[in-house]
Design a protein around this ligand. Sequence first.
Ligand code: GSH
Length: 220
Amino acid sequence: MLTIHGVTRSRASRIVWLCFELDIPFRQIPVIQAYRLGDADAADAPLNTRSPEFLKLSPAGAIPVIEDDGLVLAESLACTLHLARKHDRGGLGPADEAEDALMTQWSFFAATSIEPDALTLLFLHGSRRVQSGEDAALVSAAGERLIRPMTVMESHLAEHRHLVGDRFTVADLNMAEVVRYAQGYAPLMGQFPAVAAWLQACQDRPAFRKMAEARLAEPA
Ligand SMILES: N[C@@H](CCC(=O)N[C@@H](CS)C(=O)NCC(=O)O)C(=O)O
């Protein structure tokens, strides 16, 4: 059976969402981020990204990691692409090489052109941290940098309901999970109505809701 290492309050959410979409059975080992613990090295600390046992599986010390029929795979977006290709060709996964290439393209675009700045918005904007003037400047700069990639998304989604193949695919799932980090930042999202509508449609899917419930059920 597929094993997912990582709590759902992490990028493991992407894999959990995909498994719920496709009814892929899995077991989950709740490895938690070391930075969320007071003392990750304490003898009684829960299994975490610095635990020697986990580092044997993931030298990078990052969740998620999956084990799938002997394959050990890190990088959340590589994991979802792999599982979609394996379990649902022509559905969530690619029907052919061209779709495969486009799903890879959008996933890399999410990870490289959107995720870093979207994470800045998630961590510095809103309630997670009291905003200093310096934080506000970082948030504003991240929001400005996101205008260009979000404009690319907006142009595409104004013409198409989905990123690839006119159906919901792993490309939408991967991108939606990254854009979610910026979702609470109205000065940005307000400029991109087609992106906001597409994101809402992705999040209205029962499998997303089930994943979101699983996240909420975990300690904050
Ligand atoms: N690019 C990687 C990033 C993995 C990553 O940074 N994961 C975070 C949690 S979402 C982590 O494990 N951090 C561990 C730590 O900082 O202790 C992916 O998409 O899987």
